[in-house]
Ligand binder design. Structure first.
Ligand SMILES: [Zn+2]
Length: 299
């Protein structure tokens, strides 16, 4: 039996106004929704910074360049408190809906904006709404980005993100023989995956977004806490080493009832042996340098 090592961290999507004005077709957004984004960028960020300070946690703040350029004083507080700042598009664009040229333009602009602001090139990326493209991982590789946090091949282990559009989709208008083919072999990239997980995300259960599928918003935080901690309990029982990346948003987790939930979650996790709170960038580094075995994703 080796020594138990549990790398725990929060990834915070500082979507602010960007996710609301990413309407994809230029139609106008309800200003009340925009005000929820402003709440996140101001009240939400301040409350979360206070929470991390209380528990001595360094977190990863995935920040759209639009948020950085619109709320530079708020993002400076994050930077100056020693947290990691990662990539999250310019206006929270859905990568799956962009052309290759648009993907390149958004990535180039957001890398430049974050690099100038922090003085160092960002280590990691998370796709807005975890909506990705076949080009994403090769593109991150080309830009020298160390890790991604958008895919779900595992939930509690890091791995090398595989590349390629390696499956055949059905098209019922065609002959059945046209789609009956297995997946091609997965090819690992040089990009570390710190996996994403909808069951460790505050948005769907706790952010009401009227009329939008996949959004609920009125779940009792005690229930969400149980859902998250049961995943932690299982991983703690089954793995000698594992990672536990949680994904939250200042406009959701900055609400009083959700802050109290995070306090309970952090205090529960801290009762265990072998807990190390860290940024996603530090988790990726541990895996890259071989200090953490992680998982192999293969067919
Ligand atoms: Zn986001």
């Amino acid at each position: 039996m080796g020594k138990k090592r549990v790398l725990v961290g929060y990834g915070i999507d500082v979507d602010a106004v960007a996710n609301w004005i990413n309407t994809t077709d230029g139609r106008s957004q309800n200003p009340t929704n925009v005000s929820r984004g402003i709440y996140g960028a101001t009240v939400g960020i301040d409350r979360l910074l206070k929470l991390w300070e209380k528990y001595n946690i360094k977190a990863t703040w995935f920040t759209p360049a639009h948020t950085l350029e619109s709320f530079p004083r708020q993002i400076a507080k994050i930077r100056d408190a020693g947290h990691e700042i990662g990539l999250h598009g310019y206006t929270h664009e859905y990568v799956s809906r962009l052309s290759v040229t648009q993907q390149l333009d958004v990535l180039t602009r957001s890398i430049d904006t974050l690099t100038i602001f922090t003085g160092q090139k960002p280590l990691g990326f998370t796709a807005p709404a975890w909506s990705t493209s076949p080009e994403l991982i090769p593109m991150l590789e080309d830009f020298g980005i160390v890790y991604d946090h958008s895919f779900m091949h595992h939930d509690v282990q890091p791995y090398w993100a595989p590349t390629g559009n390696n499956w055949t989709e059905t098209d019922y208008a065609q002959d059945a023989r046209s789609w009956m083919a297995p997946m091609t072999a997965l090819r690992p990239s040089n990009v570390v995956e710190i996996p994403a997980n909808w069951h460790l995300d505050d948005w769907p259960p706790l952010q009401p977004n009227m009329g939008t599928p996949g959004s609920h918003g009125f779940v009792d935080p005690h229930l969400v806490e149980r859902l998250w901690l049961e995943q932690f309990d299982y991983a703690y029982r089954e793995y000698e080493t594992f990672i536990f990346p949680m994904s939250i948003h200042p406009q959701v987790s900055g609400k009083p009832h959700v802050i109290l939930m995070h306090e309970r979650i952090i205090e529960y996790i801290n009762k265990h042996e072998g807990i190390e709170w860290m940024t996603f960038g530090e988790m990726a580094k541990e895996f890259k340098e071989g200090a953490l075995q992680g998982a192999k994703v293969e067919t």
